[in-house]
Design a protein around this ligand. Structure first.
Ligand code: NDP
Length: 444
């Protein structure tokens, strides 16, 4: 049996109730087959894959807090420190009722390769809780965050493990957690990223994922003989990633004609009005029907449908599994040149394969949406230096990082005879650096 198959079997046997973790390990190891087969004897002797798929350590803890009625509530907290061979553990804290150990491990495992791809010194980790901030008062959220951090603070630190936001963990939650860390430890250090600007946050973090997506897409287009100017772009979602992807695409001369939310989508052939979109989504927190009502050129449609519009570039920026095989077929039939994932895992495996087989340039989320975590690492650098860089400085570094990511994955794909397969390229480039560091550091 091949080394990859052996390790896959072992991961499933050792972690029986964690299907998302199995899926993530399978996806990564399958695409690494050529690299692993080329070094099979060495990696097997080093037990490299066994070590890579076993977290350095994982914490699971009780989080008791008191609700507004005086009732004690109990949630479960998690932090998985997966791999720190290239830098301190780094990865978000997800607060959502669906959170369990398998989901945190899947996200932590993926984070190792995403962080490595940025070229910055950050290892992989992830954490969270089954607490749901939706519908809770600010006081209840604060009570939860303080209790969560009372335990978590034992395991993290600016040079050890630096958590960030994720689903359910925004600026409010990060603020409460940072306050509690500071109170218990009596140290003022950049232990969390995604902080407010008044206490160590970085300019351009808000824009980073959407802007980064466009910097990488532009480079991928350029290297394949296309330019962004005058291209028609379909975007899904209308949250943080979608809004700033729309803004940057338009700054680069493209025309974005769609956005969506969880109830419907908008087609605006004149090009999305970003100021109006921000007003509707960021200020009023309203539905897209309000955008359409205020914009005569826009049509509103209920349900799904963004990918039915003819476009040159498709940027899924909403959620997982939102671009299906039939959408991929429609995009190909409409002459789409490129798809780049702003969201995490928005394209199903069958849709990805169909797009690649039909010569659509495809940039996976692991690379294309890495601008967020890269800018978090830039926040860590500013905190260590006790300095704040300007928006232009951070944005310039972000652009360089995204362009480098593209070249790294392009080169890695070429080296293994998989030219143009940016999915394989991203996994290989992310893996190589981590594998080298692990081997150099001995058995630990
Ligand atoms: P937001 O919560 O700001 O926005 C998500 C958007 O997707 C909203 O418009 C939401 O609609 C829409 N949406 C949610 N579920 C569905 C659905 N089932 N069908 C259609 N639309 C849906 O999140 P972000 O923009 O921050 O994140 C989007 C994606 O990008 C996620 O996969 C996230 O993990 C990933 N990502 C984000 C990063 C960041 O820095 N923000 C970094 C890296 C990855 P509604 O308004 O109705 O809720």
């Amino acid at each position: 049996m091949s080394y990859v198959d052996e390790v896959l079997e072992r991961v499933i046997a050792k972690n029986p109730a964690e299907p998302e973790f199995h899926q993530a390990v399978k996806e990564v190891l399958e695409s690494l087959r050529p690299v692993i087969e080329a070094n099979e004897e060495k990696y097997r002797k080093e037990a490299l894959l066994e070590r890579l798929t076993e977290p350095d350590r994982q914490f699971k803890f009780r989080v008791p807090w008191v609700d507004d009625k005086g009732q004690v509530q109990v949630n479960t907290g998690y932090r998985v420190q997966f791999n720190n061979s290239i830098g301190p553990y780094k990865g978000g804290l997800r607060l959502h009722p669906s959170v369990n150990l398998g989901i945190i491990k899947f996200l932590g495992f993926e984070q190792i390769f995403k962080n490595s791809l940025t070229g910055l010194p950050i290892g992989g980790g992830k954490g969270g809780s089954d607490f749901d901030p939706k519908g809770k008062s600010d006081r209840e959220v604060m009570a939860f965050c303080q209790s969560f951090m009372t335990e978590l603070c034992k395991y993290i630190g600016a040079d050890t493990d630096v958590p960030a936001g994720d689903i359910g963990t925004g600026a409010r939650e990060i603020g409460y957690m940072f306050g509690q860390y500071k109170k218990i430890k009596s140290v003022y250090e950049g232990v969390l990223t995604g902080k407010g600007l008044s206490y160590g946050g970085s300019l351009a973090r808000t824009e980073a994922t959407g802007y980064g997506l466009l910097y990488l897409t532009e480079e991928m287009m350029k290297c394949n003989g296309h330019e962004m100017k005058d291209k028609v772009v379909c975007i899904s979602g209308s949250g943080n990633v979608a809004i700033y992807a729309t803004q940057k695409a338009q700054q680069l001369g493209a025309k974005v004609v769609t956005v969506s939310d969880s109830t419907g989508w908008v087609y605006d052939p004149e090009g999305i009005d970003v100021a109006l979109l921000k007003e509707v989504k960021e200020v009023k927190r309203a539905r897209l029907t309000e955008y359409a009502a205020a914009r005569p050129s826009a049509e509103y449609h209920e349900g799904r449908g963004v990918w039915s519009i003819k476009c040159d570039i498709a940027l899924p920026c909403a959620t997982q599994n939102e671009l299906l095989l039939e959408d991929a077929k429609q995009l190909v039939a409409n002459g789409c040149i490129a798809v780049a994932e702003g969201a995490n895992m928005p394209t199903t495996l069958e849709a990805t394969e169909y797009l690649q087989k039909n010569n659509v340039l495809f940039a996976p989320g692991k690379a294309a949406n890495a601008g967020g975590v890269a800018t978090s690492a830039l926040e860590m650098s500013q905190n260590s230096e006790r300095l704040s860089w300007t928006f232009e400085e951070v944005d310039g570094k972000l652009k360089d990082i995204m362009v480098n990511i593209f070249h790294n994955l392009d080169d890695a794909a070429k080296r293994y005879g998989k030219e143009g397969d940016y999915v394989a390229g991203a996994n290989i480039a992310g893996f190589e650096k981590v594998a080298d560091a692990m081997i150099a550091q001995g058995v630990c």
